[in-house]
Design a protein around this ligand. Structure first.
Ligand code: GCB
Length: 608
């Protein structure tokens, strides 16, 4: 892209944020269509299952020998007879991989691979109703993907953890079709996340793939939540897509005796407000209501909860009442074999452990987790912190990096804006202070607020201490967040456990304070004295002392999400015999063994 165009886009982004405008369905990914809300509630054909794949280190399927894009790349996949024509690849005789999955744990040769893999899947299509429109939907592909249907490019997407879809009505055929996807998970400096991070760069088509069918004019997006500051006014919008843009829309919530009709404008948009007295969603009673949205041509059903989330001084209020967020941080990594989560049972195992721990809250770090995880958390009564991978030091001055981060933020919000469980949008983790970073993050924060004012904004900050033992947070971004969250590692990266007893805290902001991370490493089954690092005893002692510090020497704390539920793979963790490629700060090992610290935290939560 020419730098002038980049500059204009960057200025446009900023202008949109400054004006506080909602960038309706902001799009930075080319050839994609606005996200369809709640795909699991539509008529879908799953395209999960076996896909053939080719490992393409040199990207010969995309570029010719002059390294320019080849119009006859692998996506064409023509049938040749090998006598009159040749081709140097063949999907149909290539190995198969189960999708969704990460490729690293599916094929030992791909464990450390970062590069391009091509996937192909054949499927039969029978139109379910004449005149329907069809979309290809991907829950997530890590990281850079190009999608082709029947040899034609239909979309591309950047960003490894958010969904995207593209209309394929005109390319889809009755009978056999084939979809080819080029997936590239190479890390690069301007990406989000960037080159450097403390989790595993699983590549592949990591979430559900579906063909979604909708009527010619359909309900593409909607928001149905309590109006900010109200417990008895449900508000939101409906956005249609299709030629019959002006139509009557009905929203019904039978259990609340709500039935409201409205007219969409010439752009297919209608906003609404309706009086209702819902039983409010909470951790102890995660009440959800059937919500039906109907137009002459379409109907969508969803289950939606209603709650308020606000702050008052240093407190967080759920439904108007102070609440302490008893949390745990979680990576989207499967228990027992440690790969990217690819089914509901794996989500459930993690959430069951969080429940056993006594949590009412989960920090889903460091990127948006799969949609089913969020829905499951909601049904189980967990409040959720949802985060984009703006992590450590990314390119704060690069307009493309901003556009990418902003797009991931938008896709995260669009997907989950009806989930009552999501109470916090987090825009960053442990980022270094500086003007460019402050501008980047404050713009993200303003945009998140403009897109959704029914949740709180936070980010995981770092300490700026007042003295070696007087710990504090001083961050210009404090003006732009609702909750001051801090990752801190006294007893691990900062001194040994004895230091924890010597520190106290002074945080001057009149906003709720959360400890978004603390912890230390321990090898499950490795025992020793309380001061012997890597033992379960050391980690347990770190927890005991930190929890005591929170009780006695921190100004009121509104919640915590210690690091982390389960040991997870990280290429930064190289210590043989101890780490072996895993971050060992889990309360539970990667094999599912609970460490002593699990009991320590469980006991503290029991009395909280
Ligand atoms: C942090 C990061 C997290 C790391 C953790 C650690 O502060 O936010 O991603 O995994 O520390 O274990 O060092």
């Amino acid at each position: 892209m020419k730098s002038k165009t980049r500059l204009t886009l960057w200025m446009l982004c900023l202008l949109t944020c400054w004006l506080g405008l909602t960038p309706v369905q902001a799009q930075s990914n080319p050839n994609l269509d606005p996200l369809i809300q709640h795909v699991y509630g539509r008529e879908t054909t799953s395209l999960n299952g076996n896909w053939n794949y080719l490992i393409d280190m040199l990207e010969v399927g995309y570029y010719n020998y002059r390294r320019t894009p080849d119009p006859d790349g692998f996506f064409k996949d023509p049938k040749v007879d090998n006598i009159t024509a040749y081709k140097e690849y063949d999907f149909d005789s290539a190995p198969v991989m189960k999708i969704p999955s990460d490729w690293n744990t599916q094929n030992a040769q791909l464990f450390y691979y970062e590069g391009t893999v091509w996937f192909k899947h054949k499927f039969l299509y029978t139109p379910s109703e004449a005149g329907n429109r069809a979309y290809l939907y991907f829950g997530a592909i890590n990281y850079d993907s190009k999608v082709y249907l029947n040899g034609k490019k239909v979309g591309e997407h950047i960003g490894g953890y958010t969904p995207f879809n593209m209309e394929v009505t005109d390319v889809l055929k009755e009978g056999e079709n084939f979809v080819v996807v080029k997936v590239d998970n190479k890390r690069y400096a301007e990406a989000v996340p960037t080159l450097n991070c403390d989790w595993f760069n699983y590549g592949g088509i990591t979430r559900d793939v579906m063909l979604v069918e909708v009527p010619q004019t359909y309900i593409r997006s909607y928001k149905v939540q309590l109006k900010k500051g109200s417990k008895d006014l449900i508000a939101g919008y409906v956005q249609l897509d299709g030629e019959q843009a002006s139509q009557k829309v009905t929203i019904e919530i039978p259990a609340l005796k709500v039935k409201k009709e409205m007219e969409t404008d010439e752009k297919g948009y209608a906003s609404f407000e309706v009086k209702a007295k819902p039983v409010l969603w909470s951790s102890s009673n995660p009440q959800l209501y059937d919500v039906h949205l109907t137009v002459a041509t379409d109907r969508v059903n969803d289950e939606i909860g209603f709650r308020t989330i606000e702050t008052r001084g240093r407190e967080i209020l759920l439904n108007g009442e102070p609440v302490f967020l008893k949390g745990i941080s979680i990576h989207e990594e499967a228990p027992f074999y440690s790969g990217r989560i690819c089914n509901e049972a794996e989500n459930l195992t993690l959430l069951n452990w969080a429940q056993e721990l006594g949590c009412n809250y989960v920090r889903l770090a460091h990127y948006p987790h799969n949609e089913k995880m969020v829905r499951m958390a909601e049904k189980m009564g967990f409040m959720v912190w949802s985060e984009i991978p703006v992590y450590w030091t990314i390119q704060w001055n690069n307009p493309e990096t901003y556009k990418n981060a902003h797009n991931q933020l938008t896709e995260m919000i669009e997907r989950d804006q009806n989930r009552a469980a999501v109470v916090i949008w987090s825009i960053a983790n442990e980022t270094p202070h500086g003007e460019a970073r402050d501008r980047f993050l404050s713009d993200l924060s303003k945009s998140a607020r403009a897109q959704d004012d029914t949740r709180l904004i936070s980010m995981a900050m770092e300490r700026s201490d007042k003295s070696p033992t007087l710990l504090s947070i001083q961050d210009k971004m404090s003006d732009y967040v609702d909750i001051i969250s801090c990752n801190q590692y006294v007893g691990w990266y900062d001194g040994l456990n004895e230091k924890i007893d010597r520190v106290s805290w002074e945080v001057d902001y009149e906003k709720p304070l959360m400890l978004s991370e603390f912890g230390g490493g321990a090898v499950a089954g490795y025992h020793g004295d309380n001061d012997q690092i890597w033992t379960e005893e050391y980690q347990a002692e770190l927890y005991r002392k930190t929890l005591k510090m929170i009780d006695e020497r921190m100004s009121p704390v509104a919640g915590i999400s210690p690091w982390i539920l389960m040991d997870f793979r990280s290429p930064r963790r190289l210590l043989p015999g101890i780490q072996d490629g895993f971050n060992r700060k889990g309360l539970i090992s990667n094999r599912g063994e609970k460490k002593i610290s699990f009991d320590v935290l469980q006991e503290w939560y029991r009395h909280k």
